[in-house]
Design a protein around this ligand. Structure first.
Ligand code: HEC
Length: 468
């Protein structure tokens, strides 16, 4: 019944597929000969002492089991090798040392069957040779599946140097600012390492493609180059990571975790920018297309204001401000950041109030001064509230003279200048506010052409111009 199942051509849609299917049991089955041969050799060894003489009659069965399971592992291993996914050189030695183990196991079987006393010294030699060869074969097998660097990757450097390996790779220091981020080392390589290298390395070169280094990536795979600098359309690698997940060619294959949209965007930008081997992200991305994604990917946003540990705000300053009708709120439970809102005051903001705010500048991240009688000079003080993320100056009389003082607000993400006297002096400010994501410019004196200029230069900056 089972035989008909195997032979029935309709059930075997592709015989070579079937052989590989069976072959993939090899890594499971190899544990049998390892167990049996070790057990047989230990048992054989113990029979040197009279106490264990009783085992002698069973030795031949143990060696027999060892030989049969070795034969099975050899056959399955051969079928698996037909998939052609393995390093040729390692495979050659693994295969033939496996065959040697089989031959030695058979010899041990016949020796133990004969039980002749005078073969003793040769018998110990053969057993030692069988076990030694088995360990060597197993080691090569491990190299084939995990790569030759796997075993000693985390070994102490002293052990690595005994094995002739270089000291452990220094982990690349964690980038803390985007200015030092390298396009290949910090963006592309980590993505490949995490999602692709397990199948595309020196030993397991699927599709004859190695994705371990820049040079190997550019060399391509069995169908030629996979990255065409500057051309995402014809870059096979990009095509494969953007196919529908159930497509045959989709990478990573076999249901491994696919790239995130963020990772795909980084690869896309890298290839489109000419797939350079190195270079600073900030310099290559003069258009600021990918800068935000990159800093997000590198976890650099975590270094922004909100991850800082600030002490609790000075309560007496808060109380004094509240007495003046100014709204002060703590924004989050997990830290002490606050907002200050002068909305209800609608009057001149005094130096005294600014001085009180100065006491809170570490905690102050949102400041709303809209519709107050704010003067240009006051902005000098506000420029010192360096943790500000959101600043609303709408409906005030401030002008270009005042806003130059805001250059220092490196964390500012939202700036509302709606209904102010600000004009083209804005051009001098914008380049300093690198984190700015949103700016409100309706009813200002800023020229249309200036606004267009800002918009085309800063793709990630939303310019709100007009009634929303
Ligand atoms: C689970 C194993 C596996 C993983 C993980 C994997 N690949 Fe592959 N890859 C393969 C196999 C198998 C082939 C050959 C069969 C084929 O062409 O689809 C291949 C082929 C390719 C090819 C075509 C090479 C050529 O010249 O034909 C590209 C490009 C590729 N992979 C890119 C990637 C990228 C990029 C990743 C990471 C996002 C990745 N692979 C992850 C198994 C894998």
């Amino acid at each position: 019944m089972e035989l008909t199942l195997l032979i029935n051509p309709n059930l075997l849609d592709d015989p070579s597929d079937f052989m590989i299917f069976v072959g993939r049991f090899h890594p499971l089955i190899v544990h049998l000969p390892i167990g049996f041969l070790l057990l047989a050799s230990i048992a054989h060894f113990t029979t040197r002492w009279p106490k264990f003489y009783a085992i002698k009659p069973f030795l031949k069965y143990l060696w027999g089991l060892g030989a049969i399971s070795t034969a099975l592992a050899v056959v399955l291993g051969y079928l698996l090798s037909l998939s052609g996914d393995y390093n040729d050189n390692t495979l050659f030695w693994h295969k033939w040392s496996g065959v040697v183990v089989l031959v030695l196991a058979l010899i041990c079987y016949f020796i133990s069957k004969k039980q002749s006393e005078n073969t003793k010294p040769t018998q110990w030699f053969l057993i030692a040779l069988a076990i030694g060869t088995m360990i060597y074969t197993g080691h090569l097998g491990g190299n084939l599946t995990h790569g030759s660097t796997y075993l000693l990757e985390y070994a102490p450097n002293s052990v690595r140097s005994l094995a002739g390996l270089s000291p452990k790779k220094e982990t690349i220091p964690k980038i803390t600012v985007l200015d030092s981020a390298d396009v290949y080392l910090d963006l592309v390589a980590p993505i490949m390492d995490r999602k692709c290298v397990s199948c595309h390395n020196k030993e397991k070169k699927k599709g004859d493609l190695e994705l371990t280094t820049y040079a190997n990536m550019m060399r391509g795979g069995e169908n030629g180059e996979v990255i065409v600098p500057g051309d995402i359309e014809t870059s096979e690698l990009f095509r494969r990571i953007t196919l529908p997940e159930n497509h045959d060619d989709f990478m990573p294959s076999e249901g491994k975790r696919p790239l995130t949209t963020q990772e795909i965007a980084l690869i896309e930008w890298w290839i489109a920018s000419g797939a350079p081997a190195n270079g600073f992200v900030l310099e290559l991305d003069s258009q600021k297309i990918i800068t935000e994604t990159a800093s997000n990917y590198l976890g650099l946003d975590k270094h922004a204001v909100l991850s800082k540990k600030v002490p609790p705000a000075n309560q007496s300053s808060i109380d004094s401000l509240r007495d003046q009708g100014i709204i002060i709120n703590r924004l989050m439970k997990s830290n002490y950041f606050i907002e200050a809102n002068f909305k209800l005051s609608e009057r001149l903001i005094t130096d005294k109030e600014l001085a009180l705010l100065q006491n809170l500048k570490e905690q102050l991240i949102w400041l709303d001064l809209s519709n107050s009688e704010l003067e240009d000079e006051s902005l000098q003080k506000i420029g010192q509230f360096e943790h500000l993320i959101k600043l609303n100056l709408s409906g005030t009389a401030i002008s270009d003279k005042g806003i130059v003082h805001l250059k220092t607000l490196k964390h500012l993400e939202s700036l509302n200048l709606y209904d102010t006297d600000v004009s083209d002096g804005l051009l001098k400010l914008i380049p300093h506010l690198t984190r700015l994501k949103k700016i409100y410019l309706w009813q200002t004196k800023v020229n249309d052409s200036v606004i267009e200029g800002i918009q085309s230069e800063r793709k990630n900056l939303l310019v709100v111009y007009g009634r929303e």
